[in-house]
Design a protein around this ligand. Structure first.
Ligand code: ATR
Length: 300
């Protein structure tokens, strides 16, 4: 896709993303479109940084006065020892996706957790403005609710932290590998004080737990393929359960389709992707970006 933002001058400020690989990243198009819209003289570049080269890359960014860097796989944990400070979310998640540079210091954040919540609240806000009688309940959602999270990997960690920050009542983590679900639930409940329980996907209590939950979040890549069976049965879902699938390709996953067919509200992962980027953009520039432009630039 052509980049219409290339008015590079001596004043142009540099941000970007490190990863290996980094070629698949949609962040450059998303951020550069938002810089153009906001008329900010910034450019967002992809940097392929090999494992083992993180420390040298960060020193280089400091030396050339880079403003901010997003961090993607496999460096989200590897950057942590080189940071001057770390946000509470990043500490709890144990992973960093956004770095901010200044005066020889590097601050690490994780914008996946607030991006997840921002997308959810935006969705609920839109729903409640359409149906006013639900506005009171929706404005604080998912505070005080019982939630089920599918998966226990890196994305699940960010989602679980976001849910604890939102004040949910309880979280059940259900995962293919039971031991990972139990370990994550024990770790996070100890750190946050929120009631959590880990179980396997075949656990006999999972159907009733899903039926009683207000929110079900899928964090696994298993929902991307229509050829794969769903991790849960649509029969377990009640219309009052909202289904949030943080996968963004395809935009409407087989799980979302199944949930819609039984009357559940559904939300996909595109707006979480947009908002985690928008929060980073704002940290770097002090300007709130146009999220509609960011979303369009993703071409999803
Ligand atoms: P991410 O950072 O995207 O969370 P990850 O840390 O590799 O990636 O975690 C992937 C998650 O998706 C895990 O919970 C994984 O289950 P296991 O812990 O049992 O591996 C889950 N997952 C991936 N493919 C799956 C599948 N086909 N069926 C069920 N769970 C799957």
């Amino acid at each position: 896709m052509p980049n219409n933002n290339l008015h590079i001058t001596g004043h142009t400020r540099i941000v970007g993303v490190i990863g290996a690989p980094v070629e698949h990243s949609r962040s450059p198009q998303m951020h550069n479109a938002a810089f153009a819209k906001a008329q900010l003289n910034y450019v967002y570049l992809p940097f392929h940084v090999r494992p083992g080269e993180v420390a040298r890359a960060l020193e280089g960014f400091k030396a050339i006065n880079v403003v901010g860097i997003n961090v993607t796989l496999p460096h989200k944990q590897a950057v942590i020892p080189f940071l001057t400070s770390l946000s509470r979310e990043a500490q709890l998640i144990g992973a960093v996706n956004t770095l901010s540079f200044g005066e020889g210091q590097i601050h690490g954040d994780n914008t996946d957790a607030p991006g997840f919540l921002q997308a959810l609240r935006e969705f609920k806000g839109e729903v409640s403005s359409e149906s006013r009688q639900h506005a009171g309940r929706d404005s604080s959602f998912p505070e005080g609710e019982d939630v089920v999270v599918l998966g226990a990997g890196g994305s699940a960690r960010a989602v679980v932290v976001a849910l604890t920050l939102a004040g949910v009542a309880s979280i059940v983590i259900a995962n293919r590998t039971v031991s990972k679900a139990i370990a994550l639930a024990e770790e996070m409940s100890k750190k946050t004080g929120v009631t959590m329980h880990g179980m396997g996907l075949a656990d006999s209590q999972l159907p009733a737990t899903v039926s009683q939950s207000a929110l079900l979040v899928n964090t696994t890549s298993a929902s991307m393929e229509s050829s794969q069976p769903l991790l849960i049965s649509a029969d377990w879902l009640q219309p009052r359960t909202m289904v949030y699938d943080i996968v963004y390709t395809p935009p409407i996953t087989p799980l979302m389709q199944a949930a819609s067919s039984v009357g559940c509200q559904t939300l996909g992962g595109i707006q979480m992707l947009v908002h985690q980027g928008a929060i980073a953009f704002e940290k770097w520039t002090g300007v709130t970006p146009c999220t509609e432009v960011m979303r369009q630039a993703l071409s999803l």
